[in-house]
Design a protein around this ligand. Structure first.
Ligand code: NAP
Length: 247
């Protein structure tokens, strides 16, 4: 078994039906984990991809319309070793016009659901005296302001902060809490940007790698942070951004 093997582990990936979550679910499974692919829609396509590479997983229903849904359901998922908090939404509007509804919706899914799902996962680990790994999906907007996305930026700065406090509290319990900060990745989340020729050109011109990222670019870092290779990594936020933050 290599340092990066996830053989014998059970993982839950939220928002695993598409985009970055789908790519992470497939790679965790390929690395040996049994992956519970959680979505508010069916993750059948992800499970198909997992089976195509000879790996194992299943689709489970999880809708953060109730941000406490992960915490309420976690017992039904059996004993988990890895939690990837990937589900996330974005709402775009000038800050002068931004609505309370768009503020609350984004904070609920991106931050409140993430915290309480993670809390429930950690309680499970502590009760059975097991080690575990949490991988949060942060963003470049965990560090930068962005434009027209105030609730998203607040939520992702929050994800970075929560990653650090939980690492401080739980490292000694053998629970690793880390995050990946993806750059600009071609998914549903960034469709509006890619459809705007001005914003799209501005963004592309600042990416040293010279291209938008793909969901697969994020998956390997999630496998690493879920594996024994990251046993001494706590509270890290790893940029996977084609060099964006180096500019
Ligand atoms: P995406 O394709 O829009 O995927 C988002 C996932 O979250 C989908 O599976 C979505 O389900 C799920 N989700 C949304 N609301 C949910 C809810 N109420 N309950 C359960 N699941 C819900 O976008 P993505 O780019 O892959 O995003 C994945 C993560 O990466 C997000 O946290 C996002 O903020 C982060 N991220 C993305 C980028 C980027 O450039 N794309 C950059 C930095 C960070 P549905 O398909 O049903 O909507």
């Amino acid at each position: 078994m290599t340092l990066f093997s996830l053989e014998g582990k059970r993982a839950l990936v939220t928002g695993a039906n598409t985009g970055i979550g789908q790519a992470i679910a497939v790679e965790l499974a390929r690395a040996g984990a049994y992956v519970l692919c959680a979505g508010r829609r069916s993750c059948a396509q992800t499970v198909d991809e997992i089976q195509k590479v000879g790996a194992h997983g299943e689709s489970v229903f999880l809708d953060f319309a109730d941000p406490m849904a992960g915490a309420k359901n976690i017992a039904a998922y059996g004993e988990l070793d890895i939690l990837v908090n990937n589900a996330g939404i974005i709402r775009r509007e000038d800050s002068l016009e931004f609505s309370e509804e768009d503020w609350d919706a984004v904070l609920d899914v991106n931050l409140k659901a993430l915290f309480f799902t993670t809390q429930a996962f950690a309680k499970q680990l502590v009760a059975r005296k097991s080690r575990g790994k949490v991988v949060n999906i942060a963003s470049l907007l965990s560090f930068q302001g962005g434009i027209r996305v105030p609730s998203y930026t607040a939520s992702k700065h929050g994800v970075a902060g929560v990653t650090k406090i939980l690492a401080n509290e739980w490292a000694a319990k053998g629970i690793n809490v880390n995050a990946v900060a993806p750059g600009y990745i071609a998914t549903n989340n960034t469709e509006a940007l890619r459809d705007d020729p001005v914003r799209s050109a501005e963004i592309l011109s600042r990416i040293p790698a010279g291209e938008w990222g793909k969901p697969e670019h994020i998956a390997g870092t999630a496998v690493y942070l879920s594996s024994a290779a990251a046993d001494y990594v706590h509270g890290a936020i790893l940029n996977v951004d084609g060099g964006w933050m180096a500019r």
